[in-house]
Design a protein around this ligand. Structure first.
Ligand SMILES: [Ca+2]
Ligand SMILES: [Ca+2]
Ligand SMILES: [Ca+2]
Length: 227
């Protein structure tokens, strides 16, 4: 896993609930989300999931997660503030469970606001991966596998397999059953799938790029290309 020397140390969590951060969770997060691959989150070394994670590694992981949230559903002020609270030192310091929870919580708050967190077992309140787990010490050290687990959420999930990811359907249509890829609800000539691929707004014809028209020159005229 890479380090990012320019990233900063984690804030020390406030004293509070002590909850065990559990790897073998029934909170069904993705094993290897697509954004880990596209963003080069992991290096090519064999997995060392039981090696203690350090602050530089955790900041690298969280920074890429932040970039992915920003690309899709967008961050809120709480999440941005948490990322901006990194300092530039202590990258080789160990990380404890409380620090990981402190850093990961605003990510899950943001996912929860979009309805993108998984359901916890019946009777368990909350929306964090560690909710409902046996309690232990927030000051216990964290290994790489535990840090990876907490940041393994996958925003490319497409529950109905129509090529429109859940986050995009929820953001634009308020749910995952309210649009079809071939529909054009704003009547701008672009289907929902085309709007998703182009990054335009499927409910607003004014946000789309203008159509390009190319005139055919009359024979014998000189055409000047202006890039
Ligand atoms: Ca879909
Ligand atoms: Ca459209
Ligand atoms: Ca549109």
């Amino acid at each position: 896993m890479n380090h990012q020397a320019s990233l900063n140390k984690l804030k020390t969590p406030l004293a509070g609930a002590v909850v065990w951060l559990c790897l073998a969770s029934n909170h069904a997060l993705a094993q290897t989300p697509q954004w880990w691959i596209t963003r080069g989150v992991l290096n090519q070394n064999p997995a060392q999931d039981y090696t203690p994670v350090n602050q530089g590694q955790l900041k690298w992981l969280a920074s890429n997660a932040y970039a992915e949230v920003s690309r899709t559903i967008g961050p809120d002020t709480g999440l941005t503030a948490r990322i901006n609270a990194f300092s530039t030192t202590n990258n080789y310091f160990p990380v404890n469970i409380g620090q990981v929870k402190h850093l990961a919580a605003p990510f899950y708050d943001r996912l929860y606001a979009f309805g993108l967190t998984n359901s916890l077992p019946a009777g368990i309140q909350g929306h964090y991966p560690w909710d409902g787990k046996p309690e232990t010490n927030d000051f216990a050290m964290v290994n790489i596998g535990q840090a990876k687990y907490v940041f393994s959420f996958d925003l490319s999930v497409d529950s109905d397999h129509d090529s429109l990811p859940d986050w995009w359907e929820i953001a634009n249509f308020g749910g995952t059953n309210n649009c079809a890829p071939d529909d054009d609800p704003d009547g701008d000539g672009y289907t929902n799938l085309e709007e998703y691929q182009a990054g335009t707004v499927p409910t607003n014809p004014d946000t789309d790029p203008p159509a390009v028209s190319i005139q055919t020159p009359v024979n014998g005229t000189r055409v000047v290309w202006v890039p």
